[in-house]
Unconditional design. Structure first.
Length: 198
């Protein structure tokens, strides 16, 4: 009986040792597999970014569009200033006649003045809306050109995400290794130069 207890204890000890060995060996294999999977998944997950302020400062097409937008705004301001000067002349004429006007002439002048103010405000609002729409169309056009270029660019680079970084953006740390701004500027400018030639 004594020998049986020793044999059972030794067998139990051997079985426990075998279980520990299998458990820790299996855990080590799982750890190695998960590390390999993690390395593989992170190697395929790549992120890049571009600086919007640098793009705006160096993209020729964007600069040309800004010039066009300024010209349109200048034309709008010129038209409004011209209207204002015309109205000021009319007001000056009315002021000269002020004391010699009859009551009906004075009432007619007041109605005409109210009409002038209404015309000015209506035209100003229409021009502002037109300028806003024009600027939004330009922004949309630039955004489309950037997106189209990045789709082709990313066919070779295989980034998972490409972010636009603005000076006031949420990114607090950026590794310049992943900054593709210069590639983007060079590619967009080359495309714009080719389009201008044709």
């Amino acid at each position: 009986m004594k020998n049986l207890a020793i044999i059972l204890s030794a067998t139990s000890l051997l079985l426990v040792a075998a279980l520990f060995f299998l458990f820790f060996n299996h855990t080590e294999q799982i750890r190695k597999i998960s590390e390999a999977a993690e390395k593989q998944s992170t190697s395929h997950f790549r992120i890049a970014y571009f600086e919007t302020d640098s793009l705006e400062a160096n993209y020729y097409y964007f600069k040309d569009l800004l010039d066009q937008a300024r010209e349109k705004q200048d034309a709008m301001n010129s038209e409004l200033n011209s209207m204002e000067k015309e109205y000021q002349k009319k007001i000056a004429e009315w002021q000269k006649k002020g004391s010699t006007m009859t009551a009906s002439e004075s009432e007619k002048v007041q109605q005409e003045y109210a009409g002038m103010q209404q015309n000015y405000q209506t035209r100003k609002q229409a021009l502002s809306e037109e300028l806003y729409k024009y600027n939004e169309d330009l922004k949309s056009d630039v955004r489309k050109k950037i997106e189209d270029y990045l789709k082709n660019y990313n066919k070779q680079m295989n980034y998972s995400f490409i972010f636009a970084s603005e000076p006031s953006s949420f990114m607090y740390c950026k590794d310049t290794l992943y900054n593709i701004t210069q590639d983007l500027v060079n590619g967009l400018n080359a495309g714009y130069k080719n389009k201008k030639k044709n």
